[in-house]
Write a protein that binds this ligand. Sequence first.
Ligand code: FE2
Length: 443
Amino acid sequence: MARARLAPRASIVAVVAVASFVALAQITRLAADPPAAAHLLAAVGFAVLMIVTEMHPIQVSHTTRLSVTAALDFAVALTLGPAIGGLVAALSSVVVGWQQVRHQCQCGLLSVAFNAANATLAVFVCGIIYQTASSLFSGPFASPAAGALAGAGYLLVNLGLLAGMVHVSNQQESISRTLTRWLHALPQYLGLLAIGGVGAAIYLVSPMATLLLVVPLAIMYYTIDAAMRVRRETKVAIEALAHQIDQRSRYTADHSTRVAGYAEKTAIALGLAPSQVDLIARTARIHDLGKIYLPTQILEKDGSLQDWEWAEMRKHPITGAELVKSFADYRDGADMIRYHHERLDGRGYPFGIDGHTIPLGARILAVADSFDAMTSDRPYRAGMTFERAVRELQQHAGTQFDPRVVEAFLRSIGPGDVSEGVCASRTTLPAPRSAVAMSLAGS
Ligand SMILES: [Fe+2]
């Protein structure tokens, strides 16, 4: 366990050491050749703006936060150069990190140090690339081309370091996988860099006019925030709908919430990546959404179902999967819903597929779903005891259920989880520029 914690710590120390060396070298350089007062004033202005924007990130997905600070990082690197730019980014990051340490227990000192080092290096490299490319290129497109290269360098360092840190903290998360997960925020990032580039161009004409940068930044902030709010509200509405479907039958009240808790614990016990755990837990909450089209008399029926009623019941995985495909936050879980009633031996429904052609998430949902059904009261029988339900799972491992999933499930729960239900928690991953992985938080 100690060795597992050492790698992230050592990696952070290495990144911070490099950034500190760069910062010290630049301070020495600036002390020997002090910048103009106007540049210092602009640096203070950029630092204040960075602190304000960094303290107000936008939640763009379940796993990613975005702050508009990237525009300021880019503008400061292009206008004030790598030395002042890197120091301004470091200073603003330390101030924001210090505030987070004071007010949020999730943020540790190492996280603050890593964020500051990351910001320093990203802005420094960005500034160096811009200066070098500007001196090499000529013609009307020299500055835009140098800016494009500098922007690419900024993103590469900023996101690359963060993805690397996520990887050393959790070997399940490969660097490419983390970067792919952030890809959906790339248009917003490119938009921010474009705003930063325009701000830098304005600075060359009139430094004071750079303050106008606040206007497009504010517009972008509120536009992205409004779009994300709609997305968050959609998620709340879908989960409320799924909850209402459970409530339609007195026998399934809160069923999906409990299944989500079981599924999340099982996914963690299987060692899945946090993003997969989060997707499985979110999907489990709405796994029976397709029952929305089922008449209440079928859901509430005390006796066994007639053939036509079973035929209707068997449609709900397909209906649910088709419904969630319309929603970006749930689309990746559609196949888990489609196949959550399939069995390992191919005797499930609606398709009768077998073995590992059934997605792992669906195999997890099948175990969690069945366990909750067995331990809940039904019109024709009382809920099984924990021990009896465990025996049922073990007995059907290899035929109905994936034995590896059953084993992980049994490792992750105890008798207390049945009566109280398991509360699914959120797994929030880091935001580029603004936060390091939560797995480092306690470092
Ligand atoms: Fe179902």
